[in-house]
Design a protein around this ligand. Structure first.
Ligand SMILES: Cc1cc2nc3c(=O)[nH]c(=O)nc-3n(C[C@H](O)[C@H](O)[C@H](O)COP(=O)(O)O)c2cc1C
Length: 189
């Protein structure tokens, strides 16, 4: 079974991303053929990138990098639950990406983005450019959630509307296609 890793983008105390991550993790478990795991950067707590050698060498010095490498290496596809900070991507997700290189290669990544009026679209466009350097395939299918706060109840639970559900189904289906296709490239190396 292909493995889907869902990765958070923010780590601050009281962050809203938790509600969206919990929701998309459960939704993907119930509505896709992936084996799904949530990788919460606020729990994983990577320091600022501190490896002395370029990640492409995979000669990691630190246990936190070895653990992160093993988790990302397992994945066949990724969803980044992406906030927008100052019209760009939050630093924790860029830091987590920069730690590794080959572990990301030839794998698809989709974005569930959230924010105010833009719903995290500006952040997504910026991060798409970064992930192409790692030979990842950023999907055009995405889940975009403007004014996300209106869809989170007092218990911190996210309630998607029909538009969000439709785009989520499409995104999961596209991720499966790309995941299967890119396995051919990875296996041909
Ligand atoms: C430092 C900072 C910068 C922000 N900049 C933006 C922004 O550019 N666009 C936007 O839509 N929301 C912005 N917001 C509001 C966020 O969408 C909102 O706080 C959201 O909850 C952030 O995700 P998080 O709670 O998981 O950290 C910003 C929030 C913070 C803390």
């Amino acid at each position: 079974m292909s493995k889907l890793k869902i990765i958070s983008s923010t780590t601050r105390e009281g962050r809203a991303g938790v509600a969206l991550e919990k929701w998309i993790t459960q939704y993907a478990k119930d509505n896709s053929n992936f084996e799904v795991e949530l990788l919460d950067l606020s729990i994983i707590k990577l320091p600022f990138m501190d490896e002395p050698k370029h990640p492409s060498l995979q000669d990691y010095q630190h246990e936190h990098t070895k653990r992160w490498s093993a988790k990302i290496n397992e994945g066949d596809a990724y969803i980044i639950v992406l906030a927008e900070y100052n019209f760009g991507f939050p630093a924790p997700i860029k830091n987590a990406i920069d730690y590794l290189f080959k572990e990301w290669m030839y794998k698809p990544v989709a974005f569930v983005s959230y924010g105010g009026v833009s719903g995290g679209l500006r952040s997504t466009q910026m991060l798409k450019q970064v992930v192409t350097t790692l030979n990842m395939m950023p999907l055009s299918a995405q889940v975009n959630i403007p004014f996300f706060g209106k869809l989170i109840d007092e218990n911190g639970e996210f309630h998607p509307n029909d538009i969000i559900l439709k785009s989520t189904d499409h995104t999961l289906s596209e991720l499966e296609k790309w995941s299967n296709g890119l396995k051919l490239i990875r296996n041909s190396k």
